[in-house]
Ligand binder design. Sequence first.
Ligand code: SAH
Ligand code: SF4
Length: 351
Amino acid sequence: MQRTTMRRDIRTLKPEDLSQLVSDLGQPAFRAKQIGEWLFQKNVRSFDEMTNLPKALREQLAERYSFSAPTETARQVSRDGSRKYLLTFSDGTAVETVGMPRRNKLAVCISTQAGCAMGCAFCATGMSGLMRSLSAREMVDQVLHVADDFNERVTSVVFMGQGEPFANFDATVEALRMLNDPDGLAIGARHLTVSTCGIIPSIRRFAELPEQFTLAVSLHSAVQETRNKLMPGVKKFTLLRLHETLQLYTEKTGRRPSYEFAMIDGVNDTRPEMEALVDFCAGTLCHVNLIQLNDIPSSPLKPSPQEKVERLQHLLEMHGVETTIRNSRGQDIDAACGQLKQRFAVKKAGE
Ligand code: SAH
Ligand code: SF4
């Protein structure tokens, strides 16, 4: 475990705190912008790397502040180029993060909590319970780590790793804003996607945000009884209320939520299940993402055959519901959705 320090991590400062700091140190205002660029665009790990600051200022900063970026404790690289990292924070808590390169783009999937309390039956993370929620800084640090490792600009971030972002709402919104900040990573709001299992009060709050962040909802069944079994943590937020809330969301924001639907053999791929999903979606603003369940060896739930996935896509499209079949990336390294649990059997970083 890393040594804890009494000095505050400089990366927890907001732009206004940096302005205050440089003014307290008797420095001109533009120094705050320079420091911000080193911290949030160039992602440096020491004050010495801030080469356009006078040496005396760098020393003053080092006396007052520390850097506590997470440490990479393991990694796996997929055949498709995705990289999964186990990142450990200074208190020893570890989370998984995935970088997914495609052509000139780099998407990052981050965790918002270590573990998850929602207990979804098909999700590897849900099986381990909740350790703790992450801070906004810890979420942004995952993105910076991947940017650094690929040495590329991150073009989109999905909050779809471990944890339920809307059970950690304030930190999630703070992280979204840090990622969106034009003086930071400057990732467009529409390229920042938060996925929730359907916590209604938080969806309402999300709808009130002025930014155009993207919302994804894990639906997985439009039949109440099935959904209760698959997603017991959100039983109290019924499908009826979820439907109403999503209507409000689209009216309020004019934006289209996407629904995640992982197809599970014999569970949510039957004719009545398909029809219920069509009823839930038809005539509303939404986009359905179908995916074959990612197999978790210890679970009795198994993926539906591909032809069922195609049949459901066809049915939805016949009713005017836009639908995409998604292929999971990084399946060979358990990086695909729901498979992020700490199963780095092996390698220490860099081996
Ligand atoms: N807690 C949030 C975000 C993290 S889970 C949520 O549930 O939306 C990210 C996505 O992976 C969710 O859509 C989740 O339903 C999906 N998922 C979890 N386990 C899966 C599995 N075994 N196969 C396919 N998708 C899965
Ligand atoms: Fe938590 Fe999402 Fe997994 Fe459900 S699917 S247990 S909400 S991480």
